[in-house]
Design a protein around this ligand. Structure first.
Ligand code: NAP
Length: 314
């Protein structure tokens, strides 16, 4: 039987509609809309698209979003100065620095920049203070993609408590926080990575399998427990024709689509997993839209928390 497709785009629309009244309330209370400062350094094409989508979503939702751009030649000091200015700004409740930063900024630059963001405005949830709170299950601002994964599961009626969940990937931005959020929801969680032996034997036990690897169609049906739920976080744009030909062997329609567009956006999970799983997310249209919805939700949360802090002070 074919797996149920979990429509992340529809769920994200619902969440954004639910946010509307809170955005109105914040706007009325502050006399200005919730504000998000977005920092983009360099000209990475994928980052350009991500930032454009985030700005568009914010504007559509009544969240003020301001882009601060710096060239790829910018120094770390210049980036930190922009972050400091947004930290001090009365107009911005949230700050997002688009990752990855240009390599020219040097090793450790990304961490240095994330560390400088005021934790109360850290809508990506990457500041060590917010990571610590996440570990202790008392975070207000949790990373967007992992939080989106939980929303997607909840709103699709997938039971998390008591399930066995396996997360492939241990990055700071997706794998680890997703595993922690699942743990806090009473799943029994295993984290896998590139050194995990016999991966399929581990993932084959998962009621919920989250793939956050970044390798197109890496997860095949042999990884999947029958009837389970698969969340495909992976997004890779394939542009190499030879690679595409190998991936799409025996799939003439997909290959034609690739040839027409010159690229294909691919998840980590092979579509044939749908013959084994009970439910799975598509790519695109699965986790991606939730990531943006959660960014908006975090901006609103940060604004509401700031209002609360002010009223306590008054
Ligand atoms: P990352 O930092 O590169 O981490 C990838 C993880 O996959 C690492 O932990 C790595 O293990 C593991 N891995 C690599 N090869 C493996 C293998 N053969 N077997 C098992 N594990 C393997 O990537 P990321 O930032 O977490 O992102 C993961 C994917 O999610 C990417 O495709 C990214 O574009 C996508 N993403 C999507 C969204 C969205 O909104 N949809 C948001 C963020 C990221 P090691 O630690 O051992 O190297």
């Amino acid at each position: 039987m074919a797996a149920r497709i979990l429509d992340g785009a529809a769920i994200a629309r619902t969440i954004r509609a639910e946010l509307a009244s809170r955005i109105q309330a914040v706007t009325a209370r502050l006399g200005r809309p919730p504000g998000l400062g977005v920092v983009l350094v360099g000209d990475d094409p994928a980052s350009e698209i991500y930032v454009r989508n985030k700005l568009k979503a914010a504007h559509e939702s009544g969240v003020r979003a301001d882009l601060r751009r710096l060239p790829a030649t910018a120094t770390l000091t210049e980036v930190l100065r922009i972050v400091e200015a947004l930290n001090e700004s009365d107009e911005h409740d949230g700050i997002l620095v688009q990752s990855p930063l240009p390599r020219g900024l040097g090793r450790g630059a990304e961490q240095a920049v994330f560390d400088r963001i005021d934790p109360a405005k850290d809508v990506d949830g990457f500041h060590p203070a917010n990571v610590g709170r996440l570990v202790q299950n008392r975070a207000l601002l949790t990373p967007g993609t992992p939080t989106g994964v939980i929303e997607l599961l909840d709103r699709s009626g997938i039971q998390i408590a008591g399930s066995r969940a396996v997360v492939i990937g241990r990055s700071e931005i997706v794998g680890k926080p997703t595993a922690l959020l699942l743990l806090h929801r009473d799943a029994t969680v295993t984290i896998c990575h590139s050194k995990t032996p016999d991966l399929a034997a581990v993932t084959g036990q998962a009621d919920i399998l989250v793939a956050a690897i970044g390798r197109p169609w890496f997860v095949g049906p042999e990884f999947v427990k029958p009837g389970s739920t698969i969340i495909d976080v992976g997004v890779t744009r394939v542009t190499d024709p030879a690679y595409a030909k190998a991936l799409f062997a025996g799939m003439p329609d997909r290959l034609r689509g690739f040839e027409m567009r010159g690229s294909a956006v691919m998840g980590d999970v092979h579509p044939r997993c749908g013959e084994v799983a009970g439910a799975m997310t598509p790519v695109p249209g699965g986790v991606g839209p939730l990531t943006i919805a959660m960014l908006l939700a975090n901006t609103v949360k940060a604004a509401m928390a700031a209002i609360e802090r002010q009223s306590v002070r008054w």
